[in-house]
Design a protein around this ligand. Sequence first.
Ligand SMILES: NC(=O)c1ccc[n+]([C@@H]2O[C@H](COP(=O)([O-])OP(=O)(O)OC[C@H]3O[C@@H](n4cnc5c(N)ncnc54)[C@H](OP(=O)(O)O)[C@@H]3O)[C@@H](O)[C@H]2O)c1
Length: 445
Amino acid sequence: MDKSKCFLKKSPFISITPASCIHQPRNLIMSTCASFYGITLSSSSSTFKNLLSSHYPNKIQVNSSPFSFLPSRLSKTSVFNTKRHIVATASTPTALESPPKSSFRDKPPKDINVLVVGSTGYIGNFVVKELVNRGFNVIAVCREKSGIKGKNSKEETLNKLNGANVCFSDVTQLDSLQQSLQNLGVSIDVVVSCLASRSGGVKDSWKIDYEATKNSLLAGRTFGAKHFVLLSAICVQKPLLEFQRAKLKFESELIKEAENDDDFSYSIVRPTAFFKSLGGQVELVKDGKPYVMFGDGKLCACKPISEPDLASFIADCVLSTDKTNQILPIGGPGKALTPLEQGEMLFKLAGKKPNFIKVPIEIMDFAIGVLDFLVKIFPSMEDVAEFGKIGRYYAAESMLVYDPETKEYKAEETPSYGEDTLEDFFKKVLEEGMAGQELGEQIIF
Ligand SMILES: NC(=O)c1ccc[n+]([C@@H]2O[C@H](COP(=O)([O-])OP(=O)(O)OC[C@H]3O[C@@H](n4cnc5c(N)ncnc54)[C@H](OP(=O)(O)O)[C@@H]3O)[C@@H](O)[C@H]2O)c1
């Protein structure tokens, strides 16, 4: 029996708690059967398999698109982009004979099951809150010890994910994840992945940003998922780091999955910088210390986006048909800001005289060269060398839309979303500190 434990909130679509699930008195319903759309299902595994084959959208062709009458060779992307295709194919006799197919998008949010992996992360936690607020039936997958260095207990994790059905499982093990979802006894409509390596190390990046994320796709598909929303990163446009390569490999497989199945779609969200990545010097400046930047402070720029704004954008991707089968770069409101501009803003808000330390970027290049040399002798240092490269990357590369032809970053082509500004964030940190904005285990991002 799988060791995963699931905490289900009351839902009209979930009335099952398998034997392996532990009771959570405040939001649990206990039963030995599962109800889907008025049909009561036994949770015994053989019955479950039979029911899977008759109820799950893998077998029933459920199309999420208003263009469900289109032949499968036309990708949704081409349909949305080319009006001509709609006119040409709408007259196909067989297509017209087919009754319109239903989609999870036709259901009210409370009946849409959204599986969130990476639900305990900086962004994932806000995504869960936003989806719960919008009324979706959220299944949040997490570890029993979650957060940076596993600092959150099970009880704390349950509190943080209040309103969601919490499923303790292991996303790094496909069998375990599949078993947990089978135990839950519900179908999945949409998977949202906010998974990311906590360390950014080489092996962990491949394990989480690629393998575990792929496991969530495979498990989601097994249980009927028709749409996958991926939290990626804008920096994958110019991949020089292992976590970027791992993310890109998954992105390309996700796109392929949608190309091979017209009933399946994706939204790949590539945000610019998060507030937490830019707040590291606020308290130092407040204490009268200088602001440190590389080069002239104009080597890189970004359009920072807050956790609630990004979570809202990601939640939009669950239902919005205009965000399907697309790669969506996204930044926060206002213009792009260089480190120099961020520093100037910070000194002004702190009421301090500007005091900058400009560090030549070549110092990082030298350090990386040394680390690369050492890795050849001591392979165990590969993560240290990788962290150096990550630091170098963020010191010099903009988090904006990149034009590979001109090799330039384009602030004006980087879309804005939301309302929270970096200035307001700096004001808040000056008053309240950085609580809730802790960086990952490697203290880089
Ligand atoms: N920082 C930036 O400025 C920036 C900008 C653009 C894009 N991004 C991208 O945004 C994404 C999310 O970032 P974030 O800051 O929200 O990430 P995060 O806070 O580090 O959260 C990572 C999530 O993945 C889970 N996870 C990691 N390792 C796991 C494992 N071995 N087993 C199970 N779960 C595991 C974590 O669970 P636990 O809580 O159990 O550890 C957590 O839920 C990343 O892909 C990042 O590249 C970041």
